[in-house]
Design a protein around this ligand. Structure first.
Ligand code: 2IT
Length: 449
């Protein structure tokens, strides 16, 4: 590693103690960016990397609310406004008990490069809370969302920062958040949030977009390799909104989805998901029990394997993690290689540890990185913002066509970076470089800010 990049990375680790996920992302991204700084010594002179690794602003706040038994509960609230060089901060809100500052910062860092890859004018941000929606009543979720927005509203806006959903935040939560924002601000600015319901400015295809986009990206990869998706077997994790969109599109295009998973284990569907099973996924997800065993209760013909992850345990062509960070660890990577699986299409944000990533790449597994693969979600949020600004809505076909064009373009940009920097077909490094390029140029143009 060059002295400059090495030094900045060491400083990141020293100055952000106790933040392993943020260190992990910084290490992975900075390694890839090294050749960029060799070609552009002016970036080092401008202190570009030192600025790039420091979030522009972090907001942390108390979220007090009263549960159904009348007891006061207090959660932590976060918004990391990471980088606004190319547009207003944009990125989801995650409500999950595991949420902490390190996770918020890694997600916001990833989001900055991801949003750049979409070619839409969106900076990077992320937020959320350690609130656990599992088992909460509708009224508790509403009161929590109202309290969260009572603080957050002063930090966001359609031209400032536009949150959306992530794990634990979907149309229901976005509705409550928007209602409270509108009430406090006394203005109808629906471009302040994306992932809204259709009746108040949401976009068609947004719920499906992350999974559709992930499949479209993989189809581009297959085209490049002169292969076809028909008959390919996909092992997915998760069973939420992202896995649901992917399952639909993969199945429509002639592939087979043979696993889903939850914190309690995974289900194996030998002949692939049927339409009835796909339609059941959002129903089961809506219960918020977070148990994939309920899939087995409904469909007796599937197998449920308790306490295990699907990675390397089933014969498939593609592993497609759709759940959360670091779900593929070194032992999973070894199992994937031992099974002879050739592709990892990352859909969850940073689903692979750095050690596992290196092992997979050294053993000829083609890794499609999450910041490219899952960018269709935020890209369609960008399209929702455009529709809100124009005060009109596009048909599902129009949005889907634009989404496909964006995913093709992301693959094309990455390919160009891999050619320019002679990286072979290394999509991980190519995505980091291509995403960084636009942000770096904008930061250089805007001076020392
Ligand atoms: O990780 C992500 O890109 C998201 N959760 C979606 C963000 C967005 O603003 O739609």
């Amino acid at each position: 590693m060059s002295n400059y990049v090495q030094k900045v990375l060491e400083d990141v680790i020293r100055r952000n103690p106790g933040e392993p996920e943020f260190h992990q992302t910084a290490t992975e991204i900075l390694h890839s960016l090294e050749p960029v700084f060799e070609i552009h010594p002016e970036y080092e002179e401008a202190g570009l990397l030192e600025r790039f690794v420091e979030p522009e602003r972090i907001i942390m706040f108390r979220v007090p609310w009263v549960d159904d038994s009348g007891k006061v509960q207090v959660n932590k609230g976060y918004r990391v406004q990471y980088n606004s060089a190319i547009g207003p901060y944009k990125g989801g809100l995650r409500f999950a008990p595991s949420v902490n500052l390190s996770i918020m910062k890694f997600l916001a860092f990833e989001q900055t490069l991801k949003n750049s890859l979409t070619s839409l004018p969106m900076g990077g941000g992320k937020g959320g809370s350690d609130f656990d929606p599992t088992g909460k009543s509708e009224a508790e979720v509403m009161r929590f969302c109202q309290s969260f927005m009572t603080e957050l509203y002063r930090h966001i806006g359609p031209s400032l920062d536009v949150p959306a959903g992530d794990i634990g935040v979907a149309a229901r939560e976005i509705g409550y958040l928007f209602g409270q924002y509108k009430r406090i601000k006394n203005v109808y600015e629906n471009g302040v949030l994306t992932g809204k319901g259709l009746s108040y400015g949401g976009s068609l295809i947004r719920p499906e977009a992350t999974g559709y986009g992930a499949t479209y990206f993989f189809v581009e990869v297959l085209k490049h390799l002169k292969l076809n998706i028909k008959g390919m077997k996909f092992s997915l994790s998760g069973f939420g909104n992202v896995a649901w969109g992917a399952a639909q599109k993969i199945t429509q295009l002639g592939g087979k989805v043979i696993t889903l998973s939850g914190p309690d284990g995974y289900v194996y569907i030998k002949d692939g998901l049927t339409q009835e099973m796909i339609d059941f996924m959002p129903v089961m997800n809506g219960w918020r029990h977070n148990k994939v065993s309920e899939f087995k209760d409904k469909f007796a013909q599937v197998d449920f394997i308790a306490g295990k992850k699907p990675w390397g345990n089933v014969d498939c062509d593609v592993c497609m993690p759709c759940a959360t960070q670091n779900e593929i660890r070194i032992e999973d990577a070894k199992a994937i290689v031992a099974k002879g699986i050739k592709y990892l299409n990352e859909v969850a944000n940073m689903p692979t540890t750095n050690e596992a990533l290196e092992y997979l790449q050294n053993n000829k597994v083609l890794v499609c990185p999450s910041k490219a693969v899952n960018a269709g979600g935020v890209a369609t949020s960008g399209l929702e913002m455009s529709q809100n600004s124009m005060r009109l809505s596009w048909s599902a076909e129009e949005v889907d066509e634009k989404l496909q064009g964006i995913m093709r373009n992301i693959h094309e940009q990455i390919l160009q970076a891999t050619v320019e920097y002679k990286l072979g077909y290394n999509l991980v490094a190519g995505a980091n470089i291509a995403g960084f390029d636009k942000v770096a140029k904008a930061m250089m143009a805007q001076g020392c800010v």
